[in-house]
Design a protein around this ligand. Sequence first.
Ligand code: AMP
Length: 213
Amino acid sequence: MRIVLFGPPGAGKGTQARLLVERRQLRHVSTGIILRRAIREQTPVGQKAKLYMDEGKLVPGRLVRALAEEAISLVGNDHFILDGYPRTLEQAQWLTEYLNRHHVPLHAVVSLQVPEEVIVDRLSKRRVNKKTGENYHLDFSPPPPDVDPALIYRRQDDEPEAIRKRLEVYRRETEPLEAYFRAEGCLYPVRGVGEMDEVYERIEEVLRATEPV
Ligand code: AMP
């Protein structure tokens, strides 16, 4: 299956992607993860991208494009989840063109619907394990006591000002892609509120209905 997980920051794209990888053996392509790796490795792209990401802005298309293109081609053309890509109309058009050229169109764009107050709560209470990349929520799934507290950190872009900026950027640049994918006939809105497994089951329903027989 070829799917895009779509939605605002904090919609649960990363969490659901992890479940889809485990349960459906799909390959996960997250431009956010790729960019954070580039920052850690202090590559030239990473150093430039950091300036935008820390403020909650989108990384300019020319920087992200090469990384996305490489990642998508490396996973092969089947069985992947794109998470956090595309985020602009230009990226969506490139993706459609690329997949059409390889005769491998998307099966579904799963658009996670989450109210703004839930997003702000999730992001401001999100913590990440530096070593494993695992996400926690301070109230609902706090870091287990056996994890060294020194490994737990708050993403720079989960600071309140950056959260506000990311949501604004999402509404302006990314949300309009829903209309684009609706017109392409592959948009499936899914309620993203509730237990992780409940949301997963809603996604499964979409996948069962759209997967090739
Ligand atoms: P994420 O981990 O998906 O929340 O992404 C974190 C940050 O990485 C975003 O706020 C952007 O600054 C940057 N980023 C990730 N994916 C893209 C993309 N497709 N286009 C531009 N910037 C991106």
